[in-house]
Design a protein around this ligand. Sequence first.
Ligand code: T46
Length: 143
Amino acid sequence: MTNNNHSLRADINDCRIIKLPTHCDPAGNLIVAQNSNNLPFAIERVFYIYDIPTDAHRGGHAHYREQQLIVAAAGCFDVEVTDGTTSRTFTLRRPSEALYVPAGLWRAMKNFAGASVCLTLSSTHYDENDYIRNFDQYLSLLK
Ligand code: T46
């Protein structure tokens, strides 16, 4: 199935943790995410979510084209990903660990610790047409 001529392909095994280079210093640590530094895509957009209630659920959608690296810049939360067949839950708690979520996977974020900040590096500009926000529709698109 396609949107804007892009097929929806999903494989949970493409989802993985990528370690970001960290420069440790007694005065504070510095982490770098730079294009071509072992990142799976070129970064087009950055957004972050903060002031997140601990019982909040975010995400709950898939993307046709957008790839992401999701980082717990502060605090801790779970990202549940599924390809419609297999699900995995990643607990993000280190700013140096980015979860790579390729296009086509459904993701949901929950169990936020207080004062968490969810930083996302994205491969695309924002485009609401790239979202699949209905899980039944998502499953039928995979068939
Ligand atoms: C994702 C997870 C990890 C914009 O106007 N521009 C943007 O770049 C983004 C990301 C959102 N928005 C607007 C669209 C909605 O009116 O901000 C509002 C909240 O977005 P959404 O409900 O999609 O937020 P989340 O936390 O459910 O999902 C976001 C990203 O949208 C999504 O791509 O994978 O974070």
